[in-house]
Design a protein around this ligand. Structure first.
Ligand code: GLN
Length: 378
């Protein structure tokens, strides 16, 4: 048979987490917290199970949860999404991204992807027969040249994918960025896929600029989100997407044929839990403290960095330590020093020269201290 994804190997997240286990290394590679999700939330899941919510929920999600999502978006971004027709609960943001791309990208369509890019976008575009048009974020601040985006648009451009706060760089789009994007897409039929899974992990008083907040973007945007990131339970694989009804109708056709519906007790629990907005409004402060602790602890190391603006990832530049490829250095860091990270080149395969590793700081203070101790010896 001919592989449908000939360039793909086993995901780096699987490789690194398996290596970390094998070498009993501290795992700052795959992005997940090593502390527990809130007890209250777990109790709500238990309650839902006891109350018999153990069969298929409605395919598009428990209505109380869709209503809670709608209220949250309206409170934060002043835009109303109809819970009935414009919100769908998915198996993590991963499924939302998959459904959004496969619903709209036809063979020969072009999709603009900003690089480095999260690893699922490109293969999903390829599976749909589309062509990725990459645009590099440049320099230490990973700046985007909007003129380059403008020049990349052709009559075949079907979609542009953005991700703010951005994995792996931690870059956050400003209001000005979103206004530029709005201007570029106005009067075109280009769809916007906005990956906002780290919407609540944002630092230094920055404000998340959701595509849903900008009317000329919202009318063409599919916004994807993940409860796993927000509520410290990535293993529950629950996320959602919102989009105007006519787009959502198409996304749901794929969703029903992919997973049909998503775990029932968790949806019940989240719909209760979301009523208290502190559950997500306290997050920037919580993660900023983690970021600052980690950066403080490695101050005397040879790594250089720009503090992450958002997400729970920090990039560290190792040019002053070794000229090895990032993949080689990351492997050696596990086998010789028992510390796992992610080489940035996996988000940017076309680029050869990478001197940065990504470290996840969604870890207990003790874990961060042990990791920093190792980093300071290099
Ligand atoms: N998004 C997570 C990361 O970037 C990992 C998700 C996955 O393992 N596919 O680390």
């Amino acid at each position: 048979f001919e592989s449908k994804l000939p360039k793909n190997e086993v995901s780096i997240f699987t490789v690194m987490s398996e290596m970390a286990t094998q070498h009993q290394a501290i795992n700052l590679s795959q992005g997940f917290p090593n502390f527990e999700t809130d007890k209250k939330l777990k109790k709500l899941v238990n309650k839902a199970m006891k109350n018999g919510y153990n069969q298929y929920p409605p395919a598009n999600g428990v209505i109380a949860l869709r209503e809670a999502i709608s209220h949250k978006i309206e409170a934060l971004h002043d835009t109303f999404y109809d819970p009935i027709s414009e919100i769908t609960v998915t198996s993590g943001a991963t499924e939302a991204l998959y459904c959004a791309i496969t619903a709209f990208v036809h063979p020969g369509d072009e999709v603009i992807v900003l690089k480095p890019a999260y690893d699922t976008y490109e293969p999903t575009v390829e599976l749909s027969g589309g062509k990725v048009v990459p645009i590099q974020l440049k320099g230490a601040g990973y700046e985007l040249d909007w003129q380059e985006v403008e020049q990349a648009i052709t009559s075949r451009t079907r979609m542009i994918i953005i991700n703010t706060p951005h994995n792996p760089t931690g870059k956050v789009f400003s209001e000005e960025d979103m206004l530029k994007l709005e201007l570029l897409l106005k009067d075109t039929a280009i769809l916007l896929l906005s990956d906002e899974v780290y919407e609540h992990l944002i630092f230094d008083e920055k404000v998340h600029q959701s595509a849903s907040k900008f009317p000329n973007l919202a009318e063409r945007a599919i916004v994807c989100a993940s409860f796993g990131k927000t509520f410290h339970n990535t293993g529950w694989k629950t996320g959602y997407c919102v989009a105007p009804a006519e787009l959502m109708k198409e996304i749901r056709k794929i969703h029903e044929m992919t997973t049909f519906s998503v775990n029932h007790p968790m949806q019940r629990a989240y719909s209760e839990y979301l009523k208290d907005e502190r559950t997500y409004l306290d997050l920037p402060n919580f993660y900023q403290q983690k970021r600052d602790l980690f950066l403080n602890l490695i101050k005397s190391s040879k790594f250089s960095y720009t503090p992450s603006e958002g997400t729970y990832f920090q990039l560290l530049d190792f040019s002053a330590i070794t000229r090895e490829r990032d993949t080689e250095f990351a492997k050696r860091l596990i086998t010789e020093h028992n510390l796992a990270s992610i080489p940035v080149s996996v988000f940017n395969l076309d680029q050869k020269d990478h001197h940065q590793l990504r470290f996840c700081f969604a870890k207990t203070d003790e874990t961060l201290e042990r990791a920093a101790e190792i980093l300071c010896t290099l």
